[in-house]
Every structure is written in C-alpha cells, then in structure tokens.
Design a binder for this molecule. Structure first.
Ligand code: NAD
Length: 478
C-alpha cells in the first residue's frame, strides 16, 4: 500500500525512481504504509512552486481564505476518528490521547481562520512627533511574509503541524511542511483536508525525508521568508547557524520544573503530576520532569503520588483501556531506560516503574535526584519524573531555574504570596499555578526562553509572527 508523501503544485507525486519509506507501528512493528520520499531536486521544485503559490494566496481576499479554512476545519472534524487512529498507530500514543489531539484539529484551523480575519493595523499619531505636523498620514498594513517552511516533530503530529500550517495560511502565506519521518501519515491526512477544502494548487507543499538533508536545504534557502521549527534544542541551534537572514520561530526542548511547597494541596499536586509526567509516555516538551518538593512534606507527597502512578495502565495504544502507549522507537525506550539506570547508579532511588518491554516503559518515579545531575538537567522525554528535595522556597526557585531551559513550569501552593513570587521569579515562558506545565489552550501565547526557543506560538501570536506589518506614510505637497 503506497501512500503519497510528496505534494507539489496540488498533486501527489511518485516517480519510477522514487525512494519509499515504510511507516511501522512502534507497538507491533506492523507496516502501516509506504510513503514517497522527496529528493533535493523535489525540494527545489517545491520551493519554486511555493513562490508562485505565495503570490496566488496573497492576492486572494481574506474572506475567501477564511471560507476555505473553515471548510478544511469541517473536513477535519468529520475525519477526527480516522485521524486519531492514524496518530495512535504511527507514533504509539494511546488512542484516548490521540482522540483528544485529533478533536483539536478543526478547532485550531477555525481559530486560525478567525485570527486571519482580524489583522487590524495601527493609525500612527505622526503629529505628536516633534517636527511633524498635519501634512502626513501614517498607518500600518498587514501583508503575508511569503513562503513559510514548517518543520515539525513526531510527538504531537496533528497539533504541532496545525499550529504552523493554520496560521501560515490564515495570514496569506504559502507553506511547505516537512513533518517528522516517524509520523508522516498524520501530516498527509491533514494536508488532504486543506486540498479537499479547495486550497489552490501550490499554496501548500509537503515533503518527507531526512531532517538533516531536506531540513537543512529548506532552512537555508533564500526563497524562504520564515522558518517555523518545533523540535530538539540541538537541531534548533543548528538552524540558527544556517538559516541566514530570515524570520525564525523555534519551539525547542525543556526539562520542566514543578514545585510542591509545604502549602500545597498534596492530593491535587499528586493527581496533576501523575498526568503531567506520563501523558504521551512523557514525550512532551512541557512534561512535568523535575518535581522539586519541600523537605517537610516530601514523604506525604510521595505517599499520595505513588499509588496514582502505579495505577497508570500501559500497553497496546489502540486499546481503549490503555492510558499510556509506547515510546516512538525501541532505541528511544532504551535511551530512557539507560538514563534511569545511570541516575540510580549515581545515587538516585528507583521508587517505582522503569521496567522496559520493547517500546513500553512502566511509569517511573526516581527519588533522591541531585538537582545538578543530568537526569534533572537534560530533557528526558520519557515516562519518568525525578524528585529533588528543597530546603525552602528560595532553594526551590534556584533549583527550578538551574537548567539551560525555560519552556513551562508549575507550582503547587495555596499560599497567595508564594504564587505571586512564582509568577515573577521562575524563568519560564509559561508558569502554571496549581497545575503542571502540561496544559495548553490553543489560543494562548506559548513558547520558551533560554535554550527552549525563540518566539511564541498560539494561534493569534503565530498569525502575527507570520505577518509583515508594513508602515505606510502619505506625504502632502507642502
Ligand atoms: P527532532 O529535533 O529530532 O526533529 C524535529 C524535526 O526536525 C523533524 O521533522 C526532523 O526531521 C527535523 N530535522 C532533523 N534534523 C534537522 C536539521 N538538521 N535541519 C532541519 N530539520 C531537521 O525532534 P523530535 O525527536 O521529532 O521531537 C522531540 C523534540 O521536540 C524534543 O526535544 C521536544 O522537547 C521538542 N518539542 C518541542 C516543543 C515545543 O513547543 N517547544 C513541542 C514538541 C516537541
């Protein structure tokens, strides 16, 4: 069964010499489909076509763009269950989580369509500027940036594709999507929704293939006006070196802290962490990875957390009663298993879980982790949380801020003053009070600081970052 994978100028391509890639279930290893891989020449062609597509779409009135996006959203709604099955099958998240992700597809496109219709400019009060009178009128107008390249990771193959493609199209840009090779079938299904909604040929392109080969070519090409990348920090760093002068948005890795103070509701904290540390087998950039607990409540907190984590069911992602599915590959599962073993060898305590069976790992709690150990400092991207004890709140904030990352953070406290300090003192793009960082509304600004990224996503923010605000000044003759 060959599935298309290369979309250029509105049609799916497969040449006699095309290389194919077999997509397999990470749970069973069964083949799910074969996709066409793009060559460097295909990418070059896709870029040429995207430049033409950008002209077509830029000259399409916003109300027509909105109508096509709304039609695509309705199609995505109709195909939600099929999309969920595809997500779960190809990257291993449980079907219940995949259904949650798929149900947001239509909504993200609708939010994008709305924001694309709301790009009001500014009128400039030029006469307030010394030396300028009433002889000039100034204002800003919204224009598309041109060609957007969207590069996405495997872990939320629908959500993260649509957080780029929806706003890019809503703002009037052409977009070339390069999804992760571990989850291309979801991307193909989503692109088909836009084509079936009547998106003109050339406005969207899809290329599948190796990130280092195709990604590097796309990122460095001068025909590209904006790169929107979500993925790991090392790849993001590489993109900053090769992109040249163009707009960049980078949503990168993290090791997110969660502080539990002596004023916390421990049941609420334990419940939230038993979700936030393990959803999607911990393969979430905003997973609750580092749990920083005040010493005085450490034992009570663990007593509340352990049974909740041990109640998480793992197994066949497509079964309705599976809560948490697989890691994306066996190599990834081995990497996570080794990281847990290394932490324990260096003095940490495996409190529960951490057993690997193929691509499955039982949800783990690793206690007594030193805040400066790699297990806390580096992104784990697996189903385990680390527990580190803090002497007091100042110490907890210092530990929270001690990594090179700053994407999401959480604090559990019923003390108002502690909450206010946390909002101001935790170095992070998003701070949650009484929840873990693993929570996101699609319309909220979302993105990291430090090595977690540059720029913000969230539909309104992304539409704005994919818009050129041109300043226009009209001069009278006197
Ligand atoms: P990855 O960095 O390996 O790959 C991401 C994408 O980049 C893929 O499409 C890949 O093919 C492509 N790529 C690889 N090398 C490239 C190169 N040299 N140039 C251009 N593109 C290249 O990441 P992954 O393993 O798919 O996803 C996990 C990572 O993504 C984690 O670090 C996670 O924290 C991060 N992530 C961040 C966010 C966020 O919002 N900050 C969200 C999800 C995932």
């Amino acid at each position: 069964m060959t599935t298309p994978g290369l979309l250029i100028n509105g049609s799916w391509h497969q040449g006699a010499q095309s290389a194919l890639h077999t997509v397999r279930s990470p749970y069973s290893g069964d083949p799910l489909g074969e996709i066409v891989l793009a060559t460097n020449a295909d990418v070059d062609k896709a870029l040429d076509i995207a430049c033409e597509g950008a002209k077509t779409w830029r000259n399409t009135p916003a109300h027509q763009r909105t109508a096509i996006l709304l039609a695509a959203a309705a199609i995505a709604d109709e195909r939600s269950e099929a999309l969920a099955q595809t997500i779960s099958s190809e990257m291993g998240k449980s079907i219940r989580e995949a259904r949650g992700e798929a149900s947001r597809a239509g909504e993200i496109i609708r939010l994008s369509a709305f924001e694309g219709s709301q790009r009001y400019g500014d009128s400039l009060p030029l006469d307030a500027n010394l030396g300028t009178g009433f002889d000039k009128i100034g204002f800003t107008i919204a224009q598309p940036v041109g060609v957007v390249v969207a590069i996405t990771p495997f872990n939320y193959p629908s959500l993260l594709v649509l957080h780029k493609v929806g706003p890019a199209l809503a703002a009037g840009n052409a977009v070339i999507l390069k999804p992760a090779l571990a989850a291309p079938l979801t991307a193909i299904a989503l692109v088909q929704c836009f084509l079936d909604a009547g998106l003109p040929a050339g406005v969207i392109g899809l290329v599948n293939g190796s990130g280092s080969e195709l990604g590097g070519q796309l990122v460095s090409d001068p025909r590209v006006n904006k790169v929107s990348f979500t993925g790991s920090t090392p790849v993001g760093e590489n993109i900053t070196r090769i992109a040249g002068i163009k707009r960049l948005s980078l949503e990168l890795g993290a090791s997110s802290p969660v502080i539990v103070t002596r004023h916390a509701d421990l049941e609420q904290a334990a419940h939230s962490i038993s979700l936030g540390g393990y959803v999607n087998a911990g393969q979430v950039c905003i997973a609750a990875q580092r749990i920083i607990v005040e010493e005085s409540i450490h034992d009570d907190f663990l007593a509340a957390l352990i049974p909740k984590v041990e109640a998480i069911t793992i197994g066949d992602p497509l079964k309705d009663d599976t809560m948490v599915g697989t890691l994306v590959t066996e190599n990834e599962a081995i990497r996570v298993e080794s990281a847990i073993e290394k932490a324990v060898a260096d003095g940490a305590v495996l409190i529960t879980g951490g057993q690997r069976n193929g691509t499955l790992i039982s949800p783990a709690i690793v206690g007594n982790v030193s805040g400066d150990h790699a297990f806390a400092q580096e992104e784990l991207f697996g189903p385990a949380v680390s527990i580190t004890q803090a002497k007091d709140l100042d110490h907890a904030f210092a530990l929270a801020n001690s990594t090179r990352y700053g994407l999401g953070a959480g604090i559990f406290t019923q003390d108002h003053d502690e909450s206010i300090r946390a909002m101001r003192e935790i170095d992070s793009g998003v701070v949650h009070i009484n929840w873990t960082p693993l929570w996101r509304a699609d319309l909220m600004p979302y993105g990291g600081i430090k090595s977690s990224g540059i720029g913000k996503e969230g539909v309104r923010t992304t539409v704005n970052e994919m818009t050129e605000w041109k300043t226009v000044i009209m001069h009278s003759r006197v």
